[in-house]
Each structure stands twice: as structure tokens, then as C-alpha cells.
Ligand binder design. Sequence first.
Ligand SMILES: Nc1ncnc2c1ncn2[C@@H]1O[C@H](COP(=O)(O)OP(=O)(O)O)[C@@H](O)[C@H]1O
Ligand code: SF4
Ligand SMILES: [Mg+2]
Length: 365
Amino acid sequence: MNENKLLEIKNLTIQYKTDNGLVHAVNDLSLSLKKGESLGLVGETGAGKTTTALGIMNLVPDPPGIIIGGEIQFEGSDLLKLSKQNMRKVRGEKISMVFQDPMTSLNPVMTVGKQIAESVRIHETLSRKEAEQRAVDVLEMVGIPGERFNEYPHQFSGGMRQRVVIAIALACRPDLLIADEPTTALDVTIQAQVLDLIANLKKEQQSSLIMITHDLGVVAEVCEKVAIMYAGRLIEYGTLDDIYNHTRHPYSIGLFSSIPSIDGDEERLRPIPGLMPDPINLPKGCSFWPRCNRATENCKRAVPALIESDPDHWVRCIHIDKAGFFEKNAVSKKTDTSRNESITHTKDTDVEIDSSKLEESLASG
Ligand SMILES: Nc1ncnc2c1ncn2[C@@H]1O[C@H](COP(=O)(O)OP(=O)(O)O)[C@@H](O)[C@H]1O
Ligand code: SF4
Ligand SMILES: [Mg+2]
């Protein structure tokens, strides 16, 4: 593995065995992250984001989850092959995760200071006093006065509790922090504070970050790279600039046009029509074809490969050519410009993004 790479996921496939059938949660996912890099993992609910993160943490619940195949290379080892004991060491010490529902990650009958100190002592050989000092330090780092060490979770507001959860995740100075929708349950002001906090801490500790979210505004705030997932597959990957200003995949284009405008005009909040396919019964070929206004019969034949449309900008769509445009012979099923104001059809089949409109939309996200 390239020594600059911290994490490399190769062909990860995870399913859940349920009474209704096999849920294809993560399908042949490959992704890598450099040291110090921050990656936004974006997609609608059910896209497989949390399952991917649980895969990295080796915490996929089994049953019903099954890791069908793949590798997760991290600092020279495949995490999927580590013993339980070694994996426990990696969690907390090397990789920390802020879970989607932080309110349930705290122990209601233990003071927050003790909870932080304990998590440090599990992973590092520090005396009780040293661990307590570390807890005070990280509390202050996340903007909570150290004097509140002896208070219980119920004595903190929602935003403060979220900070405590982040403090626990950071206490062991992980090389990689995975934050799963860390601001979804918070109000807008607190959301901004928590994002600032994560961005600053990332800089100070030089850790890498995977920020899982369905909010493109959050990604713009803290991420350098962006991976967009749909139905358990990576469908577009690139730098923030690639994804925001040179959006290629029809699904990503739809995601951007579903961001509400800055003037709060409800009319412009247009989610992509249709629903994500049932992961027990994924459509043959490109999983997005039932919702894609560019789909042709060819899209239904085989899962499209990821192609590199620009240097290190990858797109999973058979009709995107190397220059990142729709092939001229790709016939749209329907051309619905009315629901996509930020897209201009310059030729019959080419797509150009008006970045000023996107920026305006993003400012509100
Ligand atoms: N414990 C579970 N048992 C069965 N299905 C699950 C379980 N956890 C997640 N899934 C399913 O796996 C798919 C991916 O879920 P998830 O990884 O939570 O997506 P996301 O985080 O993007 O919303 C969804 O269809 C979800 O219903
Ligand atoms: S492969 Fe076809 S259905 Fe899938 S995104 Fe591209 S045009 Fe749409
Ligand atoms: Mg999730």
C-alpha cells in the first residue's frame, strides 16, 4: 500500500440476512484515504453509509450482517482479518467513531469526565490521574469547561452532549475519526459549532476524517474529497471542486438540485423523483436507472464500471465519456429541465453545471 495511504477499502461487500431476503447494503465498494485527508461520504438514507463505517470498525452486527468479501487495509493490516483483541486496540486508539445517535452513546449514570477517562485507560497505559487530566484537556478542547468533569450527561444540553461524544472519540488521538451524521440531531447554530470544532480538531491533531452525511452543505464545510453512494455503490468520487463544480453523475446532479435555495423558496426544494431501489431486489444494471432521466436500454444490462472522467474524478455511468460529458449517442428517456434549474443542456446530450447557482444553493445547505 502507498505509504501516504492510511485506509484502503477494496471490493467490500456487506449483506444483511433478513426474513424478507438478503439486503445488499454495500456492494463491491473500493475507496481510499490519505493521511490527514478528510472525505465526505454522502448519500440518501439507506445508501449503505453507516454499514460501510461499521465495516471499517469491524462492528457489523452478526447476525444479521455478513461480510461477504473485500479487504480493509489500515496501517499495514487487513482490519477484517484482525483478532477481536487486536481490533479492540485499533478502535479507540487508532480509529474512533462518533455514532449516528450520540445521545445513546453516553452512559447516563457515569459522569462525563469519568467516561472520557475510562475510554482513555482502556487503550493507553495511563494512571487514573493522567487519564483524568486528559479528560479535562479534551473537554476544554471541545469548549466545555473542565470544571464540568463531575457532571452527568443529563446536566448537559443536546449540543454539549454531542461535544462530549466527540471528546470521547478524540481523547485517544485517533489517526482516523469517523463521524456518522454527527450534526443531524442538532439545531442549526449548534450544528455550525460542532462542524467548526471537528474541522479545528482535525487540523490540530492532523487526523484523517470520514464525515458521513446526507447534507452537502456539511461536506463543503469540512471535506477535501467526496464519495457519493447510491444503493450500496460508490457512484461518484473526486475532490470537493470536482463534485461541486464539475458534477457528472445524473444522481449527483439530482442531489444538488434538491438543495433548498438561499431565499428559502419551498418551490425549489425538489427531491429526485422516485425512491432508492429495494436493496433486497436491486434492479439489474445501473441501480439508478429507474430514476434516471438519462437512462437507455443499455443502462439495464450490467453494472457500470467506474470511469475516470478527469484525473482522479471517478464516475459510474455508461454514458459519461472521458471528458466527463454525456456521449452524443446517449438518448435521454425524458428531458426534464424544469426540475433542474442548475443544469443547462448545451447540446442535445451535454450537461453543464452553472456553478453560481450551485454556490447559491450550497450557501443555504
Ligand atoms: N441490522 C440490520 N438488519 C437489516 N438490514 C439493515 C441493518 N442495518 C442496515 N440495514 C439495511 O442496509 C441498508 C443500508 O443501511 P445503512 O448502512 O444504515 O445506510 P445509511 O447509513 O446510508 O442510511 C438499508 O437498506 C438498511 O435498511
Ligand atoms: S448508467 Fe444510465 S441509468 Fe445509470 S446513471 Fe448513467 S445514464 Fe443514468
Ligand atoms: Mg446511516
